[in-house]
Design a protein around this ligand. Structure first.
Ligand code: NAI
Length: 264
């Protein structure tokens, strides 16, 4: 059955976090739209056309993955992520540093016109208020992440590692708006609000009352099927002129925050 939405016929797309939640839903949708999906996850799964097991918190595992992936890939959906309840250094490694290392490794051999989509979050919305910390991370690497976490007092604030990882990801995406322009390769990100997946409980646990208030304001939490079509759109040729953009798909939450902040 042909799926509605932009065709991805003939495209080969790498999806990280393919085993669960938003990554699994995206894998299924991209396949329905005609793409060949190369799934990547630390936990085994058989829902993609081909599966590569890798640990995105480990540089050696990422480098092995880059070497194993074929050249000429048309899309990379960086969806794997850890929730705020995971250790702070692991959150920053998977959600930011591993994603960056994989992207930089894959982009070297990507097809001209390829699309890279990063799964950020509403948690990254406040990036402009965290510029000092984001700029302090300009030399952040797998080797000094522990030092950075300690220096910045990241472990002392509940969920800060997660918020920081997503803020820095949105900033990294916008900074790379034209990095591979000569090859027509574009990078954008998607920022969902709370989505019903196995890690939603971790957000609620970390954010406590704040999350409960948000859930009351929203008509309903998101579903992976609200997010996957947005990722698929950015991977399609229809989104060719999107560069460094951050698409919010959050049931209106970011607009709600803006209205309150600016007293509109
Ligand atoms: P999920 O837990 O269902 O899926 C995450 C996947 O990432 C899992 O399959 C997991 O095995 C994989 N993963 C985690 N660490 C890994 C590692 N070291 N190496 C390889 N794979 C690893 O969670 P969900 O909700 O589907 O999350 C997907 C993305 O969406 C994440 O980046 C998350 O931060 C983001 N997001 C989720 C929201 C939510 O409310 N669920 C809201 C906004 C953003």
């Amino acid at each position: 059955m042909a799926a509605s939405g932009a065709s991805l016929d003939g495209k080969t797309i790498v999806v990280t976090g393919s085993a669960s939640g938003i990554g699994a839903e995206t894998t299924a949708l991209l396949r329905r739209r005609g793409a060949t999906v190369l799934g990547v996850d630390r936990q085994p799964s058989d829902n993609a056309d081909q599966f590569f097991q890798a640990d995105l918190s480990d540089p050696a595992s990422i480098d092995g993955l880059v070497a194993a992936l074929p050249a000429g890939i048309d899309g990379l959906a960086n969806i794997a992520g850890l929730p705020p309840t995971a250790p702070p250094d692991s959150v920053i490694k998977v959600n930011l540093l591993g994603l960056q290392r994989l992207t930089e490794g894959v982009v070297a051999t990507m097809a001209d016109g390829a699309s890279i989509v990063n799964l950020a979050s509403l948690a990254g919305f406040g990036w402009a208020n965290s510029l000092a910390q984001i700029k302090a991370a300009s030399n952040l690497s797998f080797d000094n992440v522990d030092e950075f976490v300690a220096q910045q007092g990241i472990a002392e604030q509940a969920g800060r590692s997660y918020f920081f990882s997503k803020e820095a990801l949105i900033v990294w995406t916008l900074k790379n708006r034209w990095t591979w322009r000569d090859r027509g390769i574009r990078m954008n990100c998607v920022s969902p609000g709370p989505v019903e997946t196995p890690i939603l409980k971790d957000f609620i646990e970390t954010l406590g009352e704040r999350a409960e208030e948000d859930m009351k304001i929203m008509d309903r939490p998101g579903r992976p099927s609200d997010v996957a079509p947005v990722v698929a759109f950015l991977l399609s040729d229809d989104a060719e002129w999107f560069r460094g953009a951050n698409l919010t798909v959050d049931g209106g939450m970011s607009s709600h925050i803006l209205q309150n902040v600016h007293e509109l």
